[in-house]
Each structure stands twice: as structure tokens, then as C-alpha cells.
Design a protein around this ligand. Structure first.
Ligand SMILES: Cc1ncc(COP(=O)(O)O)c(C=O)c1O
Ligand code: FES
Length: 384
């Protein structure tokens, strides 16, 4: 018997790597590194500050930036809020027009919506049928009063990768601040901020085997990007984000980023093979549709719609496999996924979308077990 339940929802969150957990535990108790990193007058504080410095360097190393460009936050949601609200307000004298995309995470969409309520103008670009936006579309949407553009790197539902180098080049040329939500790409794709025209980039630790509740915002120093703080207080993180630094969380994030850097290439190869094994197996069923661009995609995510099957019933049938319906059916709303609708899927296929996401601890056996189960349940639901 295969060990169940099988976890295939790594895009929702990942288990903390045991090496990360071990480092975190060392920052909690009296015999560990529990001090406040802001305490300057004794050793407990210096040791905590040193641990935070090491972690800041580990984060910076994975994305090739200066550690002084890393601002720790509570996660990608907060980073998105700080980036978009912070830049929109800091550059409001230049203009009050913001551009984003209709498949962004709610952390970006709702933040832009909040700014709209505050009197900003927001243009929402529409992706094509494969989930991508083009540099031409962005160029056409720019206005003299555009101040901020926010476009995600890897989409959390589809796994498609936007061409942030080309989109960022458009922003650079126009002198517009470019923010990228990289919650789903850090540790999954190489990111080289020294050579990317990106001004602000959001990260989360729990998508790459670090703890929940910690993330970072990259804030470019050259050319310098201005930000208005959204959380005020003791002036931590160079005044951009006040609040006592959670040493254990930060140390965990640093270790997770260092591990990701070590195994990035190997993991891309292994996860691509697992995803392809899954996709190949699913194609033995009729009427299956891959959602999102077939090649321009991250290794670990596969989003598939099964014709003639209701997504909710499928997920119920897959009771010992943890996957995600792209739809909001698990939340309060009964709307099908706005991302699948954005790529032009019919309401029926948008309801039938399932996101499988594999990760560090997924085995070929897990994939085979899921395949067998999905094939059986889909056939049963289709009345075959
Ligand atoms: C693309 C994207 N942005 C933002 C978030 C939110 O990240 P966090 O859970 O760290 O707030 C997520 C994860 O849910 C995500 O996938
Ligand atoms: S399957 Fe639940 S909202 Fe469509």
C-alpha cells in the first residue's frame, strides 16, 4: 500500500525542511540565540543581529542582490502591499496611474483595488489564452502619469512564467517603478537581480521549505527606489518596516534560501520529470486540457481541466490526495477560478481545473498513486 495521504499541493505551501527547522529551534530558548537583534549593548543582541545578517546574505545570494536591498516582512502579501502602496504613494507627485494584470495573486489585485478607492487609476492588463502578457501590451498601456507596474513572475495557479526581463525593460525605458511578485519563482527558477530591470520584488519563505509568516521585499538601491513605509514604529529595516525582527523566522528563511540555491538545478530537473510523468499519465484520459503555456512554465506546477467533470466532485473523490482546485470553491465564494476564466476557459472547464504541484519530497511513487486515483475517479464521474 502506498503511504497516504499524498501531498501534491506544494504551490499552496511546503513542509519546512528539517535542516531549516533545526536552525530555527536554536533561536528560541534561553540556551539559544533568543536575543533582540536591535539590542546594541550586550552579547545577546549582537548574536541575534549576526544571525539576521547571515540570513540576509543567504537571501541576497539566491537572488543576486546586495543584502542591504533586502527588507524582511511577514510574507509575500505584506511585501506586495509595501511595494505597491509604498511606491504609489512615494511617487504620487509623478502620477497616480498603476498597471497590473488580471491573473495576479489577490495580494496584488486587492492592493491595487484599495489604491483605486484612494483615488488612483488602475489599468488591469488581460493575459492571452496561455496566461502571458507581452511587452507590447504593457507599452500600449503606459501613460505619462503611470508610476508603478506590478506583474508576477510565476503564476500560482498555472505555473506560467512571465518574461519579466522584457516587461522590466519597458518600465525602465519609461522611468516607471517595476514590482514583481516572485513568491512562486524564488528557488524554482534562477533570479539574477543584478541583471534584471526590476525595482521591487516580493518573496515568501513558506513556498520554498521555510516557515510561514516570513518574507522579504527586495528594494533596489541603484537606481534608488523610494518607498513610503506602511508599518510605522521603531524604524527597523531602515525605516521601511518597523517591528522587532523575528530572529527564528529570519534564520529559517535564510537557511531555506541557502538550501534552494544549493539544489536549484538538480530540483528543476527532477521536478520537471515528475510533472511530465504526471501529465503523460493524465493524457491517457480523453478530454484533458493543460491550462497555461506548454513550455514557458515552472517545473513543479501542472494545472489541468477535465472535461465533463466538476472540479469540486473530483477533489472530493480524491480524498487521500492533497491538490487544489483553481476555483474558489473551498472559500466562501462559489465562483470558478478567475485565473482560468482569464485565459478564456469556459465556465465548465474553469470549474474542472485541478492544480497539481510537486516538490522536494515528492516521489515517482506519489505521482503514480495520484495518477491511478485520478484516472479512476474521473472515469467514475464520467459514468464510464
Ligand atoms: C503569487 C503569490 N503571491 C503572494 C502569495 C502570498 O504569500 P504569503 O503567504 O507569504 O503572504 C502567494 C501564496 O499564497 C502567491 O502564490
Ligand atoms: S467546483 Fe467549486 S466553485 Fe466550481
Amino acid at each position: 500500500m502506498h503511504q497516504t495521504p499524498v501531498y501534491l499541493d506544494y504551490a499552496a505551501t511546503t513542509p519546512v525542511d528539517p535542516a531549516v527547522a533545526e536552525k530555527m529551534v536554536g533561536c528560541l530558548t534561553l540556551d539559544g540565540n533568543f536575543g533582540n537583534p536591535a539590542s546594541r549593548s550586550y552579547r545577546f543582541g549582537w548574536m541575534a543581529e549576526e544571525a539576521v545578517d547571515i540570513a540576509r546574505n543567504q537571501v541576497a545570494d539566491l537572488i543576486n542582490c546586495d543584502p542591504r536591498e533586502v527588507v524582511f516582512t511577514s510574507g509575500a502579501t505584506e511585501s506586495d502591499n509595501l511595494a505597491i502602496k509604498g511606491a504609489a504613494h512615494a511617487y504620487a507627485d509623478k502620477g497616480r496611474h498603476i498597471i497590473t494584470v488580471n491573473t495576479e495573486h489577490k495580494a496584488v489585485i486587492d492592493t491595487c483595488e484599495a489604491l483605486r478607492q484612494d483615488g488612483f487609476d488602475v489599468t488591469v492588463l488581460e493575459v492571452d489564452s496561455q496566461g502571458l502578457v507581452s511587452a507590447e501590451q504593457l507599452t500600449a498601456a503606459l501613460r505619462p502619469d503611470t508610476s508603478v507596474v506590478s506583474i508576477m513572475h510565476v503564476n500560482n495557479e498555472l505555473g506560467v512564467v512571465q518574461d519579466i526581463a522584457a516587461l522590466g525593460a519597458v518600465c525602465r525605458e519609461a522611468g516607471v517603478v517595476f514590482h514583481v511578485d516572485a513568491a512562486q519563482s524564488a528557488g524554482k527558477l534562477p533570479i539574477d537581480l543584478a541583471n534584471l530591470p526590476v525595482d521591487l520584488m516580493s518573496f515568501s519563505a513558506h513556498k520554498l521549505y521555510g516557515p510561514k509568516g516570513i518574507g522579504a521585499l527586495y528594494v533596489r538601491r541603484r537606481p534608488k527606489v523610494r518607498l513610503q513605509a506602511q508599518i510605522h514604529g521603531g524604524g527597523h529595516e531602515r525605516g521601511m518596516r518597523s517591528g522587532t525582527l523575528p530572529t527564528h523566522q529570519i534564520v529559517g528563511m535564510g537557511e531555506a534560501f541557502a538550501l534552494a540555491a544549493d539544489c536549484l538545478e538538480e530540483e528543476i530537473t527532477r521536478l520537471t520529470a515528475l510533472r511530465e510523468r504526471l501529465w503523460k499519465g493524465l493524457q491517457t484520459l480523453d478530454d484533458v486540457h493543460l491550462n497555461g503555456h506548454p513550455e514557458q512554465r515552472v517545473a513543479g506546477i501542472l494545472n489541468v481541466s477535465f472535461g465533463g467533470v466538476d472540479g469540486e466532485s473530483l477533489i472530493m473523490g480524491l480524498n487521500d490526495i492533497a491538490v487544489s482546485s483553481g476555483s474558489a470553491c473551498t472559500s466562501a465564494s462559489l465562483e470558478p477560478s478567475y485565473v482560468l476564466q482569464a485565459i478564456g476557459r469556459s465556465a465548465e472547464l474553469a470549474h474542472a481545473g485541478i492544480r497539481f504541484s510537486v516538490g522536494r519530497f515528492t516521489s515517482a511513487d506519489d505521482v503514480d498513486y495520484a495518477l491511478e486515483k485520478v484516472t479512476t475517479v474521473v472515469s467514475r464521474l464520467r459514468g464510464a
